[in-house]
Design a binder for this molecule. Sequence first.
Ligand SMILES: Nc1ncnc2c1ncn2[C@@H]1O[C@H](COP(=O)(O)OP(=O)(O)O)[C@@H](O)[C@H]1O
Ligand SMILES: [Mg+2]
Length: 392
Amino acid sequence: MGMSISVKNMSVIFGTDKQKEAALKLLDSDLTTQEIKEKTGATVANRNVNFEIEENEMFVIVGLSGSGKSTFIRTLNLLNVPTRGDVIVGGNNVTQMSKEELRNFRRKDVSMVFQHFGLFSHMTVLGNVEYPLEIQNVEIKKRRKIALEAIDSVGLGGWDSSLISELSGGMRQRVGLARALTNDPKLLLMDEPYSALDPLIRRDMQNELLTLEDDSERTIVFITHDMNEAFRLGDRIALMKDGEVIQIGTPDQFFSNPANDYVKDFIADVDKSRILKVRAVMRKIYDVVLYNDSVDDVKTFLNDKELDYCYVVDEKRKLMGYVEKEAVMKSRAKTIEKLVQTEGYEFARRNDYLRDVYSQLKESTYDVPVIDNKGKFRGVLGHDDIIEALTE
Ligand SMILES: Nc1ncnc2c1ncn2[C@@H]1O[C@H](COP(=O)(O)OP(=O)(O)O)[C@@H](O)[C@H]1O
Ligand SMILES: [Mg+2]
């Protein structure tokens, strides 16, 4: 399970103790961050940041250079210490962790990927990927197995004995990601990992990240200065400016309800239909029933919710099909298992672009189920949702 994150009134100030103290007093004033800097000499890199990130969410932070993105992401593993406020990760306040707890947290729960890959160029791919396990004294057979699996998972199978210096930028970034995956982190922090890559390679990397993430139980915080990238990847996005969060929401919410002119300008060049994915507009909260639920329970459920049909999943939430009210009402069976219709309905994948599912779903009058790579039910999408998202 990925970790949830809760950031409460969190500020990070850089400067001498005296400067910081003076700036702290002005944090809640009307002064701009720039004015506070002029008055006190301190840099307010994050100012009164508040938000929650859900378990397993792909959360993107976007903003111009200097807006405080890196400062923020570094507070999540306490590489930066908040000057004020709290950062709660997986239920634990990182500012209150003991040294031992912090070490374990960094080793087991979190991983970080950077723009400048931070690899040893004279070492092999395998050497780099297994390095974090090596310094933890993980036994050689075990660490090799884990490292090779991670190398495979980022599409570098067969490259394990190549030297980093022989690889392209995109491949190096893959190695960085593989290394970050060796501890199977519940929280993955990615600070502009693709910003230095060519656009085409970048797009490949984004798609691969989405595929990798799609069925994993992991929270990802991803930083970029590119709005297109933010919208392509994020379940939700936070836009930062001068250390403050200007708007948080789904890509769709940014388009339909930009908080101010700054946001409007920021998203002006984004082509919605190329960017918006099913995951950005689908409805996540949606009731389903289990294939071994009793007919009586499902009857009650359909009546209470006034539904003509509903989707059916197995214990792992894998989509099995649907049942119709008519069939359930007539049935004398104990469970609905035999009533499940496994064919003859449309579905969409979470990472499909809206543009691509648009025509596919044009004919369907019902809410279409949305699944991930592994076939798990993730929500539903109606044709109206698409129209609304693309036309407003
Ligand atoms: N260690 C530091 N000491 C002093 N100032 C810093 C430090 N780190 C960042 N800053 C300042 O904080 C602001 C935000 O920086 P940063 O978080 O790196 O922004 P971004 O990642 O969005 O480009 C900038 O003005 C930067 O110069
Ligand atoms: Mg940065």
